[in-house]
Design a protein around this ligand. Sequence first.
Ligand code: AMP
Ligand code: GLY
Length: 430
Amino acid sequence: MNVLVLGSGGREHAIAWKIRQSENCGKLFCMPGNPGTAQIATNLEGSANDFETVKKAVLSNDIQMVVVGPEEPLVLGIRDFFAADAQLKDILFVGPCKKGAMLEGSKNFAKEFMDKYAIPTARYKSFSIDTLHEGEAFIDSLTAPYVLKADGLAAGKGVLILDSPDQAKAELRNMLSGKFGEASSTVVIEQFLSGIELSVFILTDGEEYLVLPEAKDYKRIGEEDTGLNTGGMGSVSPVSFADKAFMEKVEERIIRPTVSALKKEGMDYRGFIFIGLMNCGGDPYVIEYNVRMGDPETESVMTRIKSDFLQHLCATAKGRLKGEKIEIDDSCALTVVAVSGGYPQGYKKGYEITGSGNLYSCGSEGDIKIFHAGTTEKEGKIVTSGGRVLTVTVNGHDIGTCRQAAYGEMEKIHFTDIYFRRDIGLDLLK
Ligand code: AMP
Ligand code: GLY
């Protein structure tokens, strides 16, 4: 089977790497991909958001399955575009329809969905510029800290957590006046949940589901979770506090009601759901839904799946997940992200990356993998092209072993202004 993975980050490199291992994988393509995916697949020019270009690529390369990495093309309706096109409608497709993608595309939609189906989440209300004063009164009814969320996609920057009611009211006004453009014309204000965060992933065909390995993401730029929020500076899987009893609660209170609600809402949902959870004293609450995998969680998650992932994707796309079983390795996976100095704010690009042979051979079966993200090839060299440059992902018996190997590998990698957190997994060792 010829497969196309849409996207260009570390997540897509890891998904492509896992698909490549299947004996049913014929030609593998990525659009646009990166120098890492080029080692295991053919990169195609184009953007996942340009549906006509995707269509041409699918037809001219005899592609039988499409797997969507990022959320944006899903929110824009790429699944619906395929379903409505006579030449594309029978292509196997992993990614939800536009309505399903609203679980990520609109925080207000997701909160209403959870409310309607009694899925545990923080208490909330939504406001527009016309209801600004009600919003201010709602802030007064809550205790600090205050959580304000732009309703729409805001490149991961649309959530503000503020300590004082005055700051919260000022930011509410800023957001409703266009701080995040159209995305914050509606703002969700919600109760702050205190606890430990965890990322849970499922593959669902809208009726049945497979639970993928869970992971913990390290979101802040600074060690010990300080400084600005980022897309994620590292990940670990499995997560020690997500024990059997906790995961049973997640399945019973969150996963099953979510999947059955997709069906009741009439959504054609065949794809991933990434459930961001807070473990509040042993009880799970949903912080957010995403309609894609997480990054850098995917890099850890994929390396722990033993069964044929392409087969799971096929079963998902065909609506035949019933009876499908996933096999997960007991070992530990740890991912450290190397970023360009300055990220998540301004940074420079175009620095040459050197130092490790693994930069060129992620396809190998060793315990150390480098997944590329913001890299590009220039005159035969691999150079930086984004804030999130690459990940080192390691599998091992325990977190301590993985940390040692991952940081040993990271020390070999050089580019100007490289930065990475040195404390990934440290909290889980205690
Ligand atoms: P989101 O984009 O919804 O994932 O939010 C970004 C981050 O803000 C989350 O990963 C949490 O760390 C934090 N966050 C979001 N909502 C809440 C909440 N209700 N209580 C505490 N922290 C939250
Ligand atoms: N690592 C969090 C995300 O992908 O949104």
